[in-house]
Write a protein that binds this ligand. Structure first.
Ligand code: SAH
Length: 511
């Protein structure tokens, strides 16, 4: 046990959308020794933890209750005493119906240092994502957060707010009421409020899975909200808003205006590359489903890489055909004690803007980038470069096509083709495949994603009937050869081009 205690952090993870994690939460998650987390914490939050971080799920599971509160507190105190940096990660805000107060008290009792990191609470976030401002100059000058959990009619209930008397107080509250929990008791809550004098016609809303993919909301007068919610089959987690602001949902609701709202889109890129595409799709309203068909395996320890890197200044042209290739070339250079300066004498060509960006991030602005991002176009763009009798390096994936090296050899260049990585099939578990079953779209960003995905799927075919989106003609051809119908092909062969084509297709289909 370490002599000095660690620090405990009571951290709010926000309502579910990983974009609503605070900068401080992200920083602490990334450096924690131990994370104790609840249900409804975004996967992306825990995936930011260090690989040696102890991740303990303390929420409910179908087959067991949540760890009792006392045990959670004991675990938190014990790990902090042992000198660890302990993040207690909670949904929304830790001090809004999160028992964060009790946990802080247990740390004080144990004499341990702690910090509280507020989070975006569901009552505000889910409302905002449904287009409901909880206060409004004309509609509501106050807002109350209320637990819907406690039954005021039961003996001993209402430890906090829910005595019948307080319901009378709530009913006369001059502003918006936001109920957490208790969708199951909605009928009773509404009736109680009406019995205590709240207007039965007052607009109300229930928002299910606020800020998460598949968010739904129901708006109805207070007297009818419970039956409409049950007709819609709304389930927890959901919040209930009682107040005139609820009627603004129709006017201000913005989620449904996003071009890919509600569409489930499969992303087949390798995990590290997938996040950019997935994030962009999510911003447009889609639910990205990661089905990484491939994994990038660097092959930097080969003799051919060592030889090429050693003699890097001997090349008059260096061609990079993917961002991975560009990044790995610099990794290989760094391992040999070299940097961007060793490319100073060469013309540098990138196949497209992604590769060009990767080069720029290492301090090299490529001299040649073709308008269209396929090997054939790079060959055309390289017409302006004198290669006859010159040494050329093509640094790329092991399984890449030979269009570029062949064309350069034909022009009497002395071409070295060096594989910096290979793409291998990623194992996909049944759960991941099943989750992609009812996707609306599947995106392919290379031929290897097509081949490897189909190889990994049972029966070698896509589950369901998603529309197939391809990044360009080479990938489309591979897809067709594999028996797929390509519905959408990007006219610009990069990630932005693919997204553009997908959005155009979705917009057209939706009319
Ligand atoms: N500390 C949390 C609340 C915990 S109580 C916070 O500040 O948000 C759990 C309740 O929060 C749920 O029953 C539900 O009413 C609400 N809630 C949490 N996440 C939600 C979400 N994404 N959408 C709607 N309600 C949510």
């Amino acid at each position: 046990m370490s002599a000095r205690p660690g620090v405990a952090y009571l951290v709010g993870a926000g309502p579910g959308d990983p974009g609503l994690l605070t900068a401080r939460a992200i920083e602490l998650i990334g450096s924690a020794d131990v994370i104790l987390y609840d249900r409804l914490i975004p996967d992306q939050a825990t995936s930011m933890a260090r690989s040696d971080c102890e991740l303990v799920y303390v929420g409910k599971l179908p087959d067991r209750h949540a760890l009792p509160q006392r045990e959670i507190e004991e675990l938190m105190v014990e790990r902090t005493k042992a000198g660890k940096s302990v993040v207690r990660l909670k949904g929304g805000d830790p001090f809004v119906f999160g028992r964060g107060g009790e946990e802080a008290e247990s740390l004080i009792e144990a004499g341990l240092p702690f910090e509280v990191v507020p989070g975006v609470t569901a009552g505000i976030a889910a409302s905002a994502y449904a287009g409901i401002p909880v206060t409004h100059r004309d509609e509501a000058s106050a807002v109350a957060f209320v637990t819907g959990h406690e039954d005021p009619t039961k003996e001993g209930a209402g430890r906090t707010t829910s005595t019948p008397l307080e319901y009378a107080g709530l009913a006369s509250f001059p502003g918006t009421l936001v109920f957490y929990m208790g969708v199951g008791r909605l009928g009773e809550i509404a009736q109680e409020l009406i019995d205590c004098g709240r207007d039965p016609d007052e607009p109300s809303a229930v928002i299910e899975r606020g800020t998460l993919p598949g968010q739904r909301s129901v708006v109805a007068p207070l007297s009818r909200i419970a039956e409409e919610v049950s007709a819609a089959g709304i389930k927890p987690p959901a919040i209930t808003v009682v107040g005139h602001v609820s009627k603004l949902a129709e006017r201000i609701g913005w989620l449904q205006n996003r071009p890919l709202n509600g569409l489930r889109v499969v992303v087949t890129r390798a995990r590290p590359q997938a996040s950019g595409l997935a994030d962009h799709l999510a911003e447009l309203g889609a639910e990205p489903l990661q089905l990484p068909a491939i994994r990038i395996e660097p092959t930097l320890d080969t003799d051919e890489v060592a030889t090429a890197v050693q003699a890097i200044d001997a090349y008059s042209l260096i061609c990079l055909t993917s961002p991975n290739g560009a990044n790995l070339l610099f990794e290989a250079l760094a391992a040999a004690g070299k940097d961007a300066r060793s490319l100073a004498g060469a013309t540098v060509a990138a196949i497209g803007p992604g590769t060009a960006d990767a080069l720029r991030s290492h301090g090299v602005i490529p001299d040649v980038v073709p308008e269209k991002f396929v090997a054939e176009e790079l060959v055309v763009a390289l017409d302006q470069v004198e290669v006859e009798g010159k040494r050329v390096l093509v640094a790329r994936a092991a399984e890449a096509r030979d269009v570029l090296p062949d064309a350069l050899t034909e022009r009497n260049a002395e071409v070295d083709v060096v594989a910096l990585y290979r793409t291998v099939a990623e194992d996909l578990d049944e759960g991941t495949i099943a989750a992609a079953g009812d996707a609306d779209y599947v995106t392919f960003t290379s031929s290897s994603t097509v081949k490897n995905l189909l190889a990994a799927l049972p029966g070698g075919s896509l589950p369901g009937s998603p529309r197939v989106v391809s990044i360009g003609p080479v990938t489309s051809e591979t897809a067709r050869e594999a028996g797929l119908q390509v519905d959408v092909e990007a006219s610009r062969h990069d990630i932005d081009g693919l997204i553009e084509a997908l959005v155009a297709d979705a917009t057209e289909l939706r009319g």
